[in-house]
Design a protein around this ligand. Sequence first.
Ligand SMILES: NC(=O)c1ccc[n+]([C@@H]2O[C@H](COP(=O)([O-])OP(=O)(O)OC[C@H]3O[C@@H](n4cnc5c(N)ncnc54)[C@H](OP(=O)(O)O)[C@@H]3O)[C@@H](O)[C@H]2O)c1
Length: 271
Amino acid sequence: MTILVTGGTGKTGRRIAARLQTLGHAVRVGSRTGAPPFDWADRATWGPALDGAHAAYIAYYPDLAFPGALEDLRAFTEQAVEAGVARLVLLSGRGEALAEAGEQVVRESGVAWTIVRCGWFMQNFSEGYLLEPVRDGVIALPAGDVAEPFVDVDDIADVSVAALTEDGHAGMLYELTGPRLLTFADVAAELSKATGRDITYVPVTAGEYAAGAAAHGVPPGEIELLTMLFTEILDGRNAYVTDGVRAALGRPARDFTGFARDNAAVWVAGG
Ligand SMILES: NC(=O)c1ccc[n+]([C@@H]2O[C@H](COP(=O)([O-])OP(=O)(O)OC[C@H]3O[C@@H](n4cnc5c(N)ncnc54)[C@H](OP(=O)(O)O)[C@@H]3O)[C@@H](O)[C@H]2O)c1
């Protein structure tokens, strides 16, 4: 079976592609550096990436809440079905109205679908835009004291691979979180314990966050998106855990303490 994994070099996609290859599936990495290259911003690249694919993992970039995302997702889904893709697995975000609109597009595709609706990734701290702040010892975010049930992307990958390759997941919406709520201060304490370093969380206003990100060279569009995500999504609406990992896989979700322990070297200079 040939499976197109969009975002196949990213946090979830890279892990999904590796698992699928281990299982013996032919994987096509759908990213700008894939062969053939796949670019959400260039629809001419979609056909070659979809050619001959039986299933597709959809991780839209930068976010389903981004302007134009819904139109892209609708066009991509239609093209995928026309190309013969019979199974779609969508990575979605919790508490986002536009992400839910994106889910609806996939639900109405006419082929087997699974929604993997996720909370904030633990790996934002080890592989994403929060890696450098953690290394520097200061996580300054406009997140107040809100709690979030951070999810391990290894769990997202396990659920997505099951949905792409096994029976029994069609028509399912799996809402994935970690097993407990943590504030960003809790996260800083967990990371301090795992690394033996002093890592602190400093709550800032959205304006202070945007100014700090701009000073570090983060592109304006990205700052806008991150600020929107922090201020709108981290308002407490997602401050509850779900049992999606157990529902999909029959095992508990991975906990933050294990994630911090396993990645401790990443947060130490040169790690
Ligand atoms: N991070 C979170 O906490 C979180 C939580 C819930 C849902 N999500 C969802 O996860 C998705 C993004 O995940 P992420 O932020 O963690 O990023 P990521 O998956 O770690 O990295 C982005 C991936 O997208 C590819 N990419 C970048 N620009 C692209 C383009 N123009 N066309 C095609 N591919 C492109 C990159 O590969 P190339 O550079 O090779 O193109 C890479 O594979 C979004 O849909 C977001 O809503 C994230």
